[in-house]
Design a protein around this ligand. Structure first.
Ligand code: MIC
Ligand code: SF4
Length: 643
């Protein structure tokens, strides 16, 4: 039987298990990436594993998130990461050099390879035909140590593309259309694979926008074939020799198929405050806009900024809009400079920032009170921008620039002719600041600032557990709700005691205090929630910091993949409701008793009885034998030490 691109890459990297949906598989990881906000913890964990040098083909340590230096903390972390990269044999991409995903696509990605990154948008590499997945820092640390990456074999969702995009419609709109159809949980348990005649209408940059933004479907990853467009992209990067062809066989079978006519897609926009709250732009046109940001790992390529600049050659920006550009990488910045487009942007009045994540994760660029902010970013979760009452919309660079010109949300087709532009056959690499791995014999001292706290110790799972329902939450809770980011909290990522003070602070400012009081009274914490719990980022802090406070069980209707893996890694038991009606009966504050948990877990039991507020609730346990041992040991590091 013919195979999909996904199956071919998986088969090439399979170390254990069978490629059967629902079964655990172990994969060889060729490349890893980390960014600074998750990376500091990932390298503390790598140190704890005790391997002298990374064992992958290539590992890159990026600094792109925590760029504001309002005190020593972020700057200390940058220096720590550079010294770690030198000591353990990694490439190092310093602050200002660009967003990990954009730089990795340009300088390191190779078709057919596996990439594991401590960031949920790692699937960007799928645009190049890589199997690129996001994971928690500890999983990436394990991969750097040469250990396999374990995954429950997903189903494959084939998306058959045909037709070609209309003027003013671009790759962003393709995924907005898919999000409109499938929602933020529609991809959970799937790898999205694109095929069909429409694929060749999309450049690697377009494809990378789609696979990047595909993280918002909850999918494990997304992948395109590697074809002539892929070869041309690698040639433009001076890396043509790294190209290999990779296509699905004509008789390959997908578990589900969606048909998507590119010609029928119109400009779309995601309204506040979820990426799947999608409508045609014309339905919300005319709403006044305060801020427009073009940037992020989804839409900040040479192509994207060129379209914006070419549009601004013919139109003026509204004076009521703060129009800002965050170039994706130094390569993007160098090329738009060399081609004159940067001058157009500056002259038009754009505020041009350094390359990096910036406002996408609330590191500056917060919008004004009640002001609408249009962003070419992948996420608009409530409060993520840094303004509590934010109204963030997600859209293409075309919609962004049209709205910045008119001062109101605008369908770009109203601007008339689509600007004509070409892209360079050969780009300036812009990688002069990327440091290559230092030789193994180099003497390197790791530089630690006072903000780096040692990794906390965690106890093994007890047989009997007494707790309290600390929070009862709805569907689609994001990791931004659980462990908020932003300029004030992000610098605490390498200090678990300090960052844990902010767990669930968006929902209940006193959560940490209440948790500490409960622990003093002899109770642990349980969180109860609805569907797709923990969607969004890969930050393991959303598991690690609650665990530090004493949260030990999560009982929900369903989990997002990366968050569930992080819970397991830090010894929090992920349970789901056998009967969703039980969710309705539970109240915040209810006392909880679980008896015989270790025995059920290690005995392979598929459910456990949880006494909540006097009621017996059957909770399902969907875990592999390996997961069960890890949780019983209190977490992956404890388990690895025992091993
Ligand atoms: C995000 O976009 O939410 C982040 C910030 O890049 C996160 C990583 C983090 O929280 O550090 C992600 O996507 O995984
Ligand atoms: Fe950075 Fe935003 Fe991309 Fe996350 S989504 S990696 S914060 S640009």
């Amino acid at each position: 039987m013919g195979r999909t691109v996904t199956e071919k890459i998986l088969a090439d990297h399979l170390l254990a298990g069978e490629l059967k949906q629902g079964k655990e598989i172990a994969l060889r990881i060729d490349q890893t990436l980390t960014q600074d906000a998750t990376g500091t913890m990932a390298y503390l964990e790598f140190e704890a594993i005790g391997i002298p040098r990374v064992r992958t083909e290539l590992s890159v340590c990026y600094v792109d998130h925590n760029l504001l230096q309002s005190d020593f903390k972020n700057a200390d972390d940058h220096r720590f990461l550079q010294s770690v990269a030198r000591k353990y044999g990694l490439y190092f991409s310093p602050p200002g050099n660009g967003i990990s995903h954009q730089v990795h696509l340009e300088r390191f990605g190779v078709p057919g390879k596996t990439l594991l990154g401590s960031d949920s948008h790692t699937p960007t590499g799928g645009g190049l035909g890589m199997l690129a997945m996001g994971a928690g820092g500890l999983d990436v640390a394990m991969a750097m140590a040469g250990k396999p990456f374990y995954l429950i074999m997903p189903k494959i969702y084939g998306i058959r593309l045909h037709g070609s995009l209309q003027p003013w419609v671009s790759a962003r709109d393709v995924l907005l259309e898919i999000l409109r159809r499938l929602s933020v949980k529609g991809g959970v348990g799937f790898i999205m694979e694109y095929f069909g005649p429409g694929v060749e209408e999309l450049s690697v940059t377009d494809r990378a926008t789609i696979t990047n933004f595909g993280a918002e479907l909850g999918a494990t990853t997304s992948v395109f074939p590697s074809d002539d467009n892929t070869r041309r992209f690698l040639a433009s990067q001076g890396r043509e020799e790294q190209w290999r062809e990779l296509r699905a066989d004509p008789d390959a079978r997908y578990d589900t198929v969606m048909d998507l006519d590119l010609s029928a897609i119109e400009p779309l926009i995601a309204c506040p405050s979820s990426p799947d709250n999608v409508v045609p732009v014309r339905e919300v046109a005319g709403r006044p806009v305060a801020q427009v940001l073009v940037g992020s790992c989804t839409n900040s390529s040479i192509r994207d900024l060129t379209v914006v600049a070419k549009t601004l050659e013919k139109h003026e920006l509204s004076r009521d809009v703060s129009f800002e550009i965050n170039p994706g990488s130094r390569q993007v910045l160098e090329n738009i400079t060399a081609r004159g487009d940067l001058l157009t942007l500056i002259h038009a009045g754009a505020r041009v920032h350094q390359s990096g994540c910036l406002g996408c994760i609330g590191m500056g660029q917060a919008p004004p009170t009640d002001g609408i902010s249009l962003r070419t970013f992948p996420r608009n979760f409530p409060g993520r921008s840094g303004t509590a009452t934010d109204r963030v919309y997600l859209c293409s660079p075309e919609v962004a620039v049209a709205s910045a010109i008119k001062g109101v949300i605008t369908d770009p087709r109203d601007l008339g002719d689509y600007p004509s532009f070409t892209l360079p056959d050969r780009v300036l690499p812009g990688d002069e600041r990327i440091e290559h791995p230092w030789p193994p014999e180099s003497k390197v001292e790791i530089i630690r600032g006072p903000n780096i706290a040692p990794f906390p110790d965690f106890d093994a799972l007890p047989e009997t557990w007494r707790g309290r329902v600390m929070l009862k939450l709805e569907d689609n809770i994001t990791t931004d709700h659980i462990m908020p980011a932003g300029a004030a909290i992000l610098p605490l990522r390498s200090n678990i005691p300090a960052i844990s003070e902010f767990v669930f602070s968006q929902i209940n400012r006193n959560f940490a205090t209440e948790m500490k009081e409960a622990v003093l009274e002899g109770f642990g914490g349980m969180i109860v929630a609805g569907e797709n719990y923990g969607q969004g980022s890969s930050r393991e802090h959303a598991a690690l910091a609650p665990r530090y406070l004493g949260v030990r069980f999560k009982l929900v209707k369903s989990f997002a993949r990366i968050h569930k893996a992080n819970l397991i890694n830090f010894g929090i038991v992920p349970l789901t409701f056998a009967d969703p009606d039980d969710y309705d009966a539970i109240e915040q504050g209810n006392e909880v008793l679980i008896e015989g948990m270790r025995e059920v877990l290690l005995g392979g039991g598929e459910s456990v009885v949880v006494r909540i507020g006097g009621r017996s609730v059957t909770a399902l346990i969907d875990l592999s034998p390996r997961h069960r041992e890890i949780i019983a040991a209190g977490g992956l590091l404890n388990w690895a030490r025992q091993e």
